[in-house]
Write a protein that binds this ligand. Structure first.
Ligand SMILES: NC(=O)c1ccc[n+]([C@@H]2O[C@H](COP(=O)([O-])OP(=O)(O)OC[C@H]3O[C@@H](n4cnc5c(N)ncnc54)[C@H](OP(=O)(O)O)[C@@H]3O)[C@@H](O)[C@H]2O)c1
Length: 247
């Protein structure tokens, strides 16, 4: 049976712009009862409250400050769907002098941020019937691109952690989704020099809705992602999603 988004309460990190904004709008189109927009700068999401009224509530948080993640989980105690979308990209190749500093920063936000979000929100989701936890990973989780290799490595680590979360959260009835977009038309893609091949952010939002409704683990939004997802499918089914420990 399909998971019904209608009437659910969701939270989207980085909902003020880019992919996060599209996801928030898509959840509301599916008649989610309320979406918390968890953002660094509340003023950047004020327009959303003007448009959607009480269906959007802004929560200030910053993935660089773990105490704000815990406070967000307290403030959104009724949340049933968490979409951890906020992320950062620095353009560092492995031999660049600043590669390790950039990698540390990306790990802090993209990977440790995911762990902190999961630790803060898992008990809340459990208390609200299980629900769903969606993590924005990337094609870069599967394939490294030398010009922004440190970002790719942080997203590969986040993907690995998402796989573990899938197993751990299954026990409390929380469905985990790992999203792997190709280049998407946002400020992040522009900063990586990918604007030429970027596709609309609505593709990511649609793909997340589909994965939530059908309770699938992997989602591959965009034409490049579809191509890589098709090549990856057999490995995903027989290795990543398989129960190799016989549990
Ligand atoms: N665009 C792509 O081609 C692409 C492809 C694959 C995966 N992704 C992933 O999709 C997600 C969204 O990407 P996007 O393209 O929409 O990026 P974006 O346009 O650069 O937006 C990034 C979002 O993350 C927020 N953010 C950054 N650092 C934060 C922090 N410390 N605490 C809280 N929020 C923070 C930003 O908030 P501010 O407005 O305050 O800066 C913004 O809302 C990311 O996880 C990204 O890695 C993107």
């Amino acid at each position: 049976m399909k998971y019904d988004i209608k009437g659910k309460t969701a939270l989207v990190t980085g909902a003020n712009r880019g992919i996060g904004l599209e996801v928030l709008e898509a959840l509301l189109r599916k008649e989610a009862a309320k979406v918390y927009a968890a953002v660094r700068n509340p003023a950047s999401a004020e327009g959303l409250v003007e448009v959607h009224g009480g269906k959007v509530e802004v929560i200030q948080f910053d993935l660089e400050h773990p105490d704000t993640i815990l406070a967000a989980a307290k403030a959104a105690a009724d949340v049933e769907i968490v979409v951890n979308n906020a992320g950062v990209l620095r353009t560092a190749a492995p031999l660049d002098k600043h590669a390790i500093d950039e990698f540390k920063f990306e790990l802090e936000i993209n990977t440790f941020g995911l762990i902190r979000m999961a630790q803060a929100f898992a008990p809340v989701l459990a208390g609200n019937g299980g629900g769903a936890f969606v993590q924005l990973n990337s094609l870069a989780s599967m394939k490294s691109f030398a010009g922004f290799a440190t970002y790719c490595a942080s997203k590969a680590a986040a993907y690995s952690m998402t796989q573990a979360l899938r197993d751990v959260l299954k026990e409390q009835g929380t469905h985990v989704v790992s999203v792997h977009p190709g280049p998407i038309d946002t400020q992040m893609a522009a900063s990586a020099g990918l604007d030429d091949m970027a596709e609309p952010a609505s593709l990511v939002a649609d793909s997340i809705i589909e994965a939530l409704e059908n309770r699938t683990f992997h989602a591959f939004p965009g034409s490049m992602a579809q191509q890589i997802g098709a090549a990856y499918q057999s490995f995903a089914e027989s290795v990543v999603e398989a129960d190799l420990m016989g549990e």
